[in-house]
Design a protein around this ligand. Structure first.
Ligand code: SF4
Ligand code: SF4
Ligand code: SF4
Length: 257
């Protein structure tokens, strides 16, 4: 008898919906609908399914109490949870707020919405158990398809663990550090095929901090190149500041004076 297809849900909390859209691109969606049974995807399907899931994919950052409630409810219904995109995996762009004066941000960015009760923006694994991570902003469609193929075929999904520089050097790109630009490639997880440096743009760390990166040595090198602490940390805060900060091990230096 044919094995039933895995039951999947694709949801978003506070985010821009770019990750959800990545799943929906024709070349991605056409392949995954054949492999799994998409039971819930509020962006494209009417809600109504109330059962459990084998896998739930979640986009977005925790910014409000409602996000935490939504996460807890989804966790209870899912055998496995997949963090989809930088926001869910590392906090993404919203997590920049952690490194600024939060009141000042509310007044400057949301002058008409000061009544909003917000949480410090955090990745979803600070609130619920996460089983898999598909980082990047937006996530890579091929990686989403590969992940779904793995789970559908019962194969182990192996996340890319080498820094962006590995793929960048393999492609023969001229290193942007030699042009005196801050590139986060040496301390960032690869797997994007060095997307940004291959187009002459420095890496902003959207795939998260490489676990064995020597961040102190990296920062010392940037200092020798003439960069200030503020310039380095501004760059590192863009997508994965919370992770880089944790790895650097000295939180105080990151906070706005
Ligand atoms: S990771 Fe990027 S594309 Fe996905 S929700 Fe966050 S900002 Fe949008
Ligand atoms: S450009 Fe960036 S990613 Fe490429 S080798 Fe240099 S530091 Fe590494
Ligand atoms: S090069 Fe860096 S910022 Fe660009 S996609 Fe890769 S990890 Fe993200």
């Amino acid at each position: 008898m044919k094995k039933p297809r895995l039951k999947i849900g694709v949801f978003g909390i506070s985010g821009c919906a770019g990750c959800l859209l990545s799943v929906l691109f024709e070349d991605c969606f056409k392949q995954i609908v054949r492999l799994v049974d998409i039971k819930a995807f509020p962006m494209i399907k009417e809600e109504g399914y109330e059962g459990d899931f084998d896998y739930v994919f979640i986009e977005g950052t925790v910014c409000f109490d409602e996000d935490i409630m939504a996460l807890n409810a989804l966790r209870k219904r899912a055998k496995k949870v997949v963090a989809l995109g930088s926001c869910a995996c590392t906090g993404g762009v919203p997590s920049i707020k952690n490194f600024l004066d939060q009141e000042k941000v509310m007044k400057l960015v949301y002058p008409a919405h000061n009544h909003l009760k917000t949480e410090p923006p955090t990745p979803i694994d600070q609130h619920i158990k996460v089983d898999y991570y598909l980082p990047q902003c937006p996530p890579d469609k091929q990686e989403i398809v590969e992940f779904i193929k793995c789970i559908a075929q019962g194969r182990e999904f192996k996340p890319y663990r080498d820094p962006v520089c590995f793929e960048c050097r393999r492609k023969g790109n001229v290193c942007l550090l030699t042009k005196n630009e801050i590139c986060l490639g040496p301390i960032t997880n690869g797997g994007c095929n060095a997307l940004c440096p291959s187009h002459g743009v420095t890496c902003y760390g959207c795939r998260g901090a490489c676990k064995d990166a020597n961040i102190k040595a990296y920062l010392a090198m940037l200092k020798e190149m003439g960069y200030t602490d503020a310039a380095m940390h501004d760059k590192m805060n863009t997508f994965a500041g919370l992770q880089f900060k944790e790895q650097e091990g000295d939180a105080s230096k990151w906070l706005e004076k």
